[in-house]
Design a binder for this molecule. Structure first.
Ligand code: F6P
Length: 368
């Protein structure tokens, strides 16, 4: 049923996905298009490659209609719009190595599209940029949180998180039998830029013996003693899950150099693996799960959250309520001021319920 106001011209809304991709983004796109086109009779313009698409001339855009909102896109990993997690338009890296403020170009792009509102699907980094652009350019912005790291404030769940935890849990399920067959310690390194949510949730669900997260400082002797204890009590294998942002034994973050002068986390698993072998004598193997956690089919709960977020974001525009982010709280979709969501990243609470669960299960967090 269309809820478009008779006589008023149909709105045009823009939609972009920004930051690292994750499973469930296409389910968001499907929900936004379905609600906006079917429910309100609006036009939806998809902006390709996040804000990078607004810096290109001609602009990288495509009209999104109901043919795209078929059930199939719901199941697809990645984002059909493409995305970028580099190239902040306020400090855009130029070929000569300098940084240039290109925010006006992005805003001109939005104006050229004649958008009444913009839906940005992103994490806290993207929201920081999009909100600044919105304030500078008078853009009516609504945010939808997505990140496998699940570190966006005020929402219990961001799109992509459940799928990443499912993949990490399945990895532990697959590592356990091979660990037991060979009497080995298996170390699984998972993602989570500065937050240990994936490691903690998957570690509990996948039966890890040790969970290391950046929010709880660890001592290697404690980890080794726990593994030794398991072995003395007859266990012939052990499972260790570590979040990529956990520092090495000297307290330094472990990073890999990437293109465009960037670095990403990666490598702590191997450092721990070697230390475990050295201290316990156990044969150890390391698996770095990496981007496997981001791709692939979204789980049912990511699809559900994505669908609820997409519909609610369009309804917010219908109500003329902007500078807000949709969020998942107490089993339902709600909305909060974007500024509140961005106030602080949501890390694991070291005294929180899930940490207590892990300790209650006898899992070592490396600290005692
Ligand atoms: O923020 C999502 C995330 O997947 C982090 O968990 C990870 O550290 C980072 O992105 C990897 O970024 P990239 O896609 O640039 O390798």
């Amino acid at each position: 049923m269309s809820t478009s106001t008779a006589g008023s011209p149909p709105k045009t809304i823009g939609l972009l996905t920004s930051g690292g991709d994750c499973a469930g983004l296409n389910a968001v796109i499907r929900a936004v298009v379905s609600r906006a086109v079917q429910g309100y009779g609006w036009r939806v313009i998809g902006i390709r490659q996040g804000t990078a698409g607004l810096l290109q001339r001609p602009l990288l855009t495509e009209k999104l209609d109901l043919s795209l909102a078929t059930v199939n896109i719901l199941r697809l990993g990645g984002t059909v719009l493409g995305t970028t997690n580099r190239g902040d338009p306020f400090a855009f890296p130029m070929p000569d190595g300098s940084l240039k403020d290109r925010s006006d170009e992005v805003i001109d792009g939005v104006r050229a599209l004649g958008l009444d509102a913009l839906i940005g699907v992103g994490g806290d980094g993207s929201f920081m940029i999009l909100r600044r652009l919105a304030q500078q350019g008078g853009i009516n912005l609504v945010g939808i949180p997505k990140t496998i790291d699940n570190d966006v404030g005020t929402t219990e769940s961001s799109v992509g998180y459940h799928t990443a935890v499912t993949v990490a849990t399945e990895a532990l399920d697959r590592l356990q039998p091979t660990a037991a067959s060979h009497d080995r310690v298996m170390v699984l390194e998972v993602m989570g830029r500065d937050a240990g949510h994936i490691a903690l949730a998957a570690g509990i669900a996948g039966g890890a013996d040790v969970i290391l997260i950046p929010e709880i400082p660890y001592r290697m002797e404690v980890v080794a003693a726990h593994i030794d204890r398991l072995r003395r009590h007859g266990r012939n294998f052990a499972l260790v899950i570590v979040a990529e942002a956990v520092p090495d034994l000297t307290g330094r973050q472990v990073r890999q150099r990437q293109a465009f002068g960037r670095t990403t986390y990666g490598g702590i698993g191997h450092i721990l693996g070697e230390a475990i072998t050295e201290l316990t004598g156990a044969e150890t193997r390391v698996t770095v799960l990496g981007h496997v956690q981001r791709g692939g089919q979204p789980t049912w709960d990511d699809r559900l959250v994505a669908s609820a977020f997409g519909v609610h974001a369009v309804d917010l525009i219908g109500e003329g309520r902007f500078d807000r982010m949709v969020a998942w709280q107490n089993r339902q979709v709600v909305d909060v001021p974007l500024a509140e969501a961005m106030r602080a990243p949501q890390q694991v609470d070291p005294a929180g319920a899930l940490v207590r669960t892990a300790r209650g299960l006898g899992i070592s967090l490396g600290d005692d």
